[in-house]
Design a protein around this ligand. Structure first.
Ligand code: TPP
Ligand code: MG
Length: 386
């Protein structure tokens, strides 16, 4: 008898349709995660369907894993989306929580740094991804077909383990749509702030132009955060006193802190709101340890603009948290005039950590040249200040 083979079972499922298929095959009924630009379709679908299938966007991947464990204790079948860098970051939550609890959480992870990709911050993590998944003993597939999804499900059930779908980069994340941003007046905090109304008009590039012309000079050590902020600075304002933190998402201000307590000159951190929120503890450490010479610039567009402009939550509260944790002063600004006035105040003082919280829109350039290799950047920085 001839066997009828259904070829559609073996066709690759694109990242945009994966959500639907995962729900069907795995019966998943809860989603958490942190954005990666390469999972845009999956994340969009999770948000659009949040009334049907619960969705919580976490501020970091460790938290997402713990949320998934909690959901599983409530009887849910969780799915987690994240970049492979996030998966590596949470090996402890996987190894000491999900695996021993036999929680069959499904990870949908983008595989940055897969063979063929060149960005230096992704090379080692890309190469380590499969060995780490294998060392943890997790079943996984690379890419997804219906047949693979079913096989993965069977393997997860048999082993009573989390499982991983690794998705290689399909396209570069351009063509993101933005909504105009209206100022939320109650969200503005800080001991210095003038009301401003209407749409937020400052863009990332405008804000950076003003900062580089009026705040930063060649004696400052400058640290910038992961994604478009570093890429924009590299493209338009590259200089040897600049360190780009292209990979360790959330830890830019910690790098700057480590430098500042060991340096005499002023240190300026330029960080996105998503980056600050993913590691709020850093504000506490800075507030309590640092250094008079610390200026923390937050470019707050209330989104993960470097991914697909997914909304962040609570970014307007960042200055309040910083002040609570011991920052000397915080400025929230929304226009060119306010920004210039705040910079003049900051330049006058050098008596403790200061925050410059700039509310910007999430539009702006996306097609930048990539930063140099990170070892070159680090050596150039070190040599410049020696
Ligand atoms: C551990 C880890 N998780 C996720 C990412 C993907 N990622 C790169 S940039 C970014 C968002 C940055 O948002 P924000 O700091 O607000 O800056 P913006 O893009 O808005 O300028 C994310 C989530 C990453 N690089 N590393
Ligand atoms: Mg942002």
């Amino acid at each position: 008898m001839n066997e009828h083979i259904n070829l559609t079972e073996y066709e690759p499922i694109g990242e945009a349709s994966l959500y639907k298929e995962v729900l069907k095959v795995f019966g998943s009924d809860f989603v958490s995660g942190l954005p990666c630009g390469e999972l845009r379709g999956f994340i969009e679908a999770s948000k659009n369907n949040a009334d049907e299938v619960g969705h919580v966007q976490a501020t970091n991947e460790n938290e997402a894993a713990a949320i998934a464990q909690g959901a599983s204790l409530a009887g849910k079948k969780p799915v987690l989306y994240m970049q492979n860098s996030g998966l590596l970051k949470i090996t402890n939550e996987i190894g000491s929580l999900l695996i021993p609890c036999q929680t069959e959480a499904l990870f949908v992870a983008s595989w940055r740094g897969a063979p063929g990709e060149e960005a230096t911050q992704h090379l080692a993590t890309g190469a380590a991804t499969i060995p780490v998944i294998e060392a943890l003993g997790l079943p996984y597939i690379v890419g997804a077909t219906l047949a693979d999804l079913k096989k993965l499900k069977t393997n997860m059930e048999r082993a009573k383990l989390p499982g991983v779908i690794l998705m290689k980069k399909e396209k570069f994340n351009q063509g993101v749509e933005f909504t105009q941003r209206v100022i939320e007046t109650e969200a503005n905090r800080g001991d210095w702030h003038k009301e401003h109304s209407g749409l937020i008009t400052l863009s990332r590039e405008e804000a950076l132009n003003i900062i580089f012309s009026n705040l930063i000079n060649d004696k400052d050590g400058v640290f910038s955060s992961t994604g478009l902020i570093s890429r924009s600075i590299f493209h338009h304002h590259d200089a040897p006193n600049q360190f780009y933190n292209a990979g360790a998402f959330g830890f830019t201000s910690s790098i700057a802190l480590g430098y500042a307590i060991n340096a005499e000159h002023r240190v300026i951190t330029i960080e996105g709101d998503g980056s600050v929120l993913t590691n709020l503890g850093s504000l506490n450490t800075i507030g309590h340890h640092v250094a008079d010479n610390f200026v923390h610039v937050v470019l707050d567009n209330a989104t993960y603009a470097s991914c697909s402009a997914e909304q962040t939550y609570g970014s307007g509260k960042i200055p309040e948290v910083a002040l609570t944790f011991g920052y000397k002063r915080a400025f929230t600004v929304q226009s060119r005039e306010q920004l210039l006035a705040a910079i003049a105040e900051i330049n006058k003082n050098n008596d403790g950590p200061q925050m410059l919280h700039i509310q910007i829109n999430s539009e702006g350039q996306r097609d930048f040249k990539r930063p140099l290799g990170m070892a070159d950047i680090a050596n150039r920085f070190r040599n410049y200040f020696q």
